[in-house]
Design a protein around this ligand. Structure first.
Ligand code: ZN
Length: 263
């Protein structure tokens, strides 16, 4: 491993606004009386949230396509037969450097094996996104089926038997807002390189979808009230302040990257 100098961390905070209902699956609770057969994931208080891993996984996939890293035989299984991702040992790969590599032995889709070494540390950390409870207004609540969610009844028709298969889908409603937080580690002379990648990924997500049933219109999201700051080494020593770099109403605002000095 080459010498790596830690320079600091970007902290990117934003509100993720749901423009359509969001379904990120949680534990099935049909065994409970009156349980919903396809519930959304909730925290220990029963409040829906967006797991950092779900958000990070989606952003990674979008960036794999954006950087043209999808080569079917070169994908590795994260979960055999189910989830495959791009992973490589190109030390300049923007996807692997930002989102990370799982070091150790991995199997490609074409059954070849490879040992991945821990080349560079992962840059991006995505926190679990908590629901901003006030974003669920009284007016919205009047139309909800539970305190925080709506339950959509959907029928799928079995193509062979023609029998209807009614299914309930729990969703967090449009208008709900979540607090998201990203942390990007900065090493060597990278400066804003990976921050730029993150902003690109956020914009790509807005023109895609988060969670399940995106092709049926679920999961359209938008980022608002974005703040970008930088914590240098001095911040962690208690001798300098966090540097506020930029505030954006949304991702359509232009960013003058040249002016974003972190040293
Ligand atoms: Zn890669």
């Amino acid at each position: 491993m080459e010498r790596i100098n830690f320079k600091g961390k970007f902290i990117v905070k934003a509100e993720l606004v749901l423009l359509t209902g969001l379904h990120i699956g949680g534990q099935d609770n049909t065994i409970e009386i009156g349980g919903i057969d396809n519930p959304v994931i909730k925290d220990e208080r029963g409040i829906p949230y967006i797991p950092g891993t779900s958000l990070k996984g989606k952003l990674r996939t979008l960036m794999e396509y954006y950087h043209e890293k999808i080569d079917e035989n070169k994908l590795v299984w994260v979960k055999k037969g189910e989830i495959k991702i791009h992973m490589c040992d190109d030390k300049d790969c923007p996807v692997c450097n930002l989102f990370g590599r799982n070091h150790g032995k991995h199997t490609f889709v074409n059954d070849e094996n490879k040992m991945f070494e821990n080349l560079m540390p992962t840059r991006l950390i995505v926190r679990d996104a908590k629901l901003i409870q006030e974003s669920i207004t009284d007016e919205m609540r009047n139309n909800l089926d539970t305190s925080y969610t709506e339950v959509k009844h959907e029928n799928t028709i079995d193509r062979i038997t023609s029998s209807a298969n009614p299914r309930q889908n729990e969703r967090v409603p449009a208008g709900a807002r979540f607090k998201v937080e990203f942390v990007i580690n900065v090493y060597n002379d990278e400066k804003v390189k990976y921050l730029k990648e993150l902003i690109t990924a956020m914009k790509l997500l807005e023109d895609d979808y988060l969670g399940g049933s995106g092709s049926r219109g679920y999961g359209k999201v938008k980022f608002e009230n974005i703040s970008i700051s930088f914590r240098d080494k001095g911040f962690y020593l208690g001798i300098s302040d966090e540097k506020e770099l930029k505030k954006l109403n949304d991702t359509t605002e232009k960013i003058d990257w040249e002016s974003m000095k972190i040293e």
